[in-house]
Design a protein around this ligand. Structure first.
Ligand code: FAD
Length: 417
């Protein structure tokens, strides 16, 4: 019997994922050299500006402000292959699509994002979007967060944060601040018990920002519960269970009733990444943190949430990573040494109240790297200017600069060493 034939199409540069990282890198490459043959493999027909979902949950943005047709954000000159990648085959410079088709490449850039692992919390999937259980981590649920905030007059509101790494590590507490800010404004906060259940042991990973954030936790009278990981939810009974780890490492279970529960889901590398030769022991794409080249395959680069780099997983990081990958890919094509260097920049605009933000900007090792903060505002304090940046400027920067290869405040730097 004849074997079924496998069609293979080849491209000079193949990008996996048409999210923030894939589109920004394709645009940066084509800006440098419009003659490049760039194909982007992306199954979805909608592209989301995910940083805006916190603002939907806080009643500031309309959902439509955060979504675009995928065709609209595809850079001119890039070929969109509307398909999902099933397998990386780096030994043969190929990818297998879910359809069985193969795509060959000279250079591969992987930007497939992170997997939201809702099923890791028992009972959660069934109750999302009802019984007071919500999450700004899903486009369709963020409006429900705002609905719950408006409707809640008294009772208990819980906000959960899973173990790191997660995308936008500040997003779980941003949901808390914006909810409390609204309840305070409506005069209801004194009737609502608020708690932040964090699987980690600190309010924020970079200590310099903690004092400004603590001011707001105190102002909102929020109970801080560290080393408490959400493990199960019973929606109809409105009960949540947290695994509590004490100083000796002993684990116990805590049951809490709620009227509103905002969940940040556990997050892991996508399965097709985790089970591939590209992954490190934890499942992330194993790249050099400074030049974003794969540690074993010289013609593979990666950026965004799926990589092993220890930066904050944010679109802000991607804004800086995309030009680095574009520069270094061109160097590989020209058989020159890699020049561009990524310093680990990431940013988290912490929406501490309606109208004010603490703009955290930092690189590898928690080193403060103010860019907006340096030219324009004090990043260690809540300011109105930072709110203007997040609410008005950054969505425009994302769609009109970053996704178009215009590298404002994001030019790649040579390696300082
Ligand atoms: P994504 O943008 O998620 O894109 C991944 C793409 O890969 C998707 O289009 C997906 O469909 C595609 N894909 C997946 N599997 C396959 C496959 N098998 N084959 C082909 N394609 C595939 N960042 C900030 O900078 N500031 C913020 O304030 C901020 N707030 C946030 C708040 C929330 C609630 C959330 C959810 C995120 C927030 N972020 C924020 C994080 C930011 O959105 C992400 O870090 C960024 O989108 C990462 O880009 P990426 O390209 O790695 O992944």
């Amino acid at each position: 019997m004849n074997k079924p034939t496998v069609t293979t199409t080849n491209h000079q540069i193949v990008i996996v994922g048409g999210g923030a990282g894939g589109i920004a890198t394709a645009a940066s490459l084509l800006k440098r050299d419009p003659t490049l043959d760039v194909a982007i493999i992306e199954p979805k027909d909608v592209h989301y500006y995910q940083p805006g979902w916190t603002m939907i949950g806080g009643g500031i943005f309309e959902p439509s402000q955060t979504r675009r047709a995928m065709a609209e954000v595809m850079p001119a000159g890039a070929l969109w292959i509307r398909a999902a990648v099933a397998e990386f085959l780096p030994e043969s410079n190929q990818l297998a699509l879910e359809s069985g088709e193969r795509i060959g490449y000279q250079i591969l850039i992987a930007a497939p994002g992170i997997k939201l692992d809702w099923d890791r919390v028992e009972g959660l999937t069934d109750t999302l979007g009802k019984n007071g259980v919500t999450s700004n981590y899903r486009f369709d649920l963020a409006p429900y967060t705002w609905k719950l905030v408006q409707e809640l007059r008294q009772g208990t509101a819980l906000f959960s944060q899973p173990p790191m790494p997660i995308k936008c590590a500040g997003a779980p507490q941003k949901a808390l601040y914006l909810s409390c800010s609204q309840w305070l404004k409506l005069g209801r906060l004194s009737n609502i018990k608020v708690a932040f259940h964090n699987a980690g042991g600190a309010l924020f990973g970079v200590a310099d920002y903690v004092p400004a954030l603590m001011e707001y936790m105190n102002k909102y009278n929020a109970e801080l519960c560290f080393n408490q990981n959400l493990v199960a939810v019973d929606g109809p009974a409105q009960k949540a269970w947290f695994e509590v780890t004490d100083e000796q490492g002993q684990k116990t279970r805590l049951e809490r009733r709620f009227d509103m529960l905002h969940v940040c889901p556990p997050q892991v590398a996508p399965d097709f990444v985790r089970n591939s030769p590209l992954a490190n022991a934890e499942g992330w794409i194993d790249v050099n943190p400074e030049n974003l080249q794969h540690n074993h395959f010289d013609n593979i680069f990666a950026l965004g949430d799926a990589t092993s780099t220890p930066n904050a997983k944010t679109a802000a990081a991607v804004r800086k990573q995309a030009p680095v990958v574009a520069e270094n890919v061109l160097s590989v094509l020209k058989q020159q040494p890699l020049k561009a260097h990524y310093d680990g920049y990431g940013s988290c605009p912490l929406t501490v109240e309606h109208g004010k933000i603490v703009l955290a900007e930092f690189g590898y090792g928690g080193r403060l790297l103010p860019t907006f903060a340096k030219i324009w505002l004090n990043g260690l304090k809540a300011t109105r200017r930072a709110w203007f940046l997040k609410a008005s400027l950054l969505p425009w920067v994302y769609f009109n600069l970053m996704l178009k290869g215009r590298e404002w405040l994001a030019k790649s730097q040579p390696n300082p060493k």
